[in-house]
Design a protein around this ligand. Sequence first.
Ligand SMILES: NC(=O)c1ccc[n+]([C@@H]2O[C@H](COP(=O)([O-])OP(=O)(O)OC[C@H]3O[C@@H](n4cnc5c(N)ncnc54)[C@H](OP(=O)(O)O)[C@@H]3O)[C@@H](O)[C@H]2O)c1
Length: 343
Amino acid sequence: MSKQPVNRQWLLARRPEGAVKPCDFRYREGAIPTPSEGDVLLRTLYFGYDASQRIWLTEDGGYMPPIRIGEPMRAMGIGQVVESHDPAYAAGDLVEGFMSWQDYAIVRSDGPMPLRLLPKADYPLSWNLGVFGVGGLTAYFGVTDGLKVKPGDTVVVSAATGATGSLAGGIAKALGAKKVIGIAGGPEKCRWIVEKAGYDAAIDYQNENLDARLAELCPEGVDAYFDNVGGDMLDTLLLRMAPRGRVLICGAMSSGYTDVKLKGPSNYMRICTHMLTMQGILLFFYRDQLAEGAQQLGRWVAQGKLHVEENLFEGFEKAPELLPTMFSGKKPGKLLLKVADPT
Ligand SMILES: NC(=O)c1ccc[n+]([C@@H]2O[C@H](COP(=O)([O-])OP(=O)(O)OC[C@H]3O[C@@H](n4cnc5c(N)ncnc54)[C@H](OP(=O)(O)O)[C@@H]3O)[C@@H](O)[C@H]2O)c1
């Protein structure tokens, strides 16, 4: 008689206070869930890490329902269909979308993001969570549609080694920006964004005076700022924006995402006096354009205009210990965990 496979799970054990810790999760070997009408049962292969996972762990949940105590931790992932009760998917298909930290998960296509069928491709499967996933697509729509970067612009990107920031600079260059400056923590990361990620210059926010360096590098002001950090960094940038400059609020890494209530910038009157435009981005709003974005990103990768960097770990047991590193100086690129190979 064949033995039932085990469904390894990492469940939320308690709501984190302050920074998320591995002990906020507990391991369990649970049953394989039974799919109902419209459900797709998957075997999970990769988990992506996103800073917003910390927001989902708050009581409020932010822009998604909060993860409840005892539930498997939600994550973007790649999986292989085991059993499908949705005619759009068949056993064996590879898909990307919202999953959770367990070997076998039930997913549906009617969530806030599509359950994307992954094409057979000559690039690594994991790229569907990185350059063709949340980070790459947010960078793409943020730079093209949010900031509307055009030839001649001076562009600044914060968290420039991150999954999003490491691609936003190259996208701005591909659109003809005159100068693209990235902000990162430490000399090694600053070197990386210039040598690998296509930035013209870097500012080390941990060791340099951000305002002085912006004045030096952008004497005529910043036309477009891709903000992944918020807080004091955003306040400093507001004072360095060129008249009619554009600011894209993509994230607020400096907050640690421990709460959904944050203090806004105190230099906000610059928006008035310099006729600035400040806009947000949430990838959900582009759910019908994801294929178009991925195609353009693919063309730029093929032309050598974008550098793809992965920070890949292996082993289901590592799922909780990697999450805090999002806020404590992870390596450049998309943080990923591989848990299984497709069959
Ligand atoms: N709105 C959307 O639809 C959407 C989609 C995707 C991502 N996002 C947001 O985009 C941002 C970046 O996400 P990601 O996945 O690209 O990043 P990531 O790969 O997780 O990297 C995060 C980066 O943030 C930097 N960082 C962490 N704490 C910081 C602090 N206190 N001050 C300055 N920098 C800090 C780190 O770089 P250093 O080592 O250089 O500090 C790290 O490289 C996040 O805020 C995320 O929520 C939004």
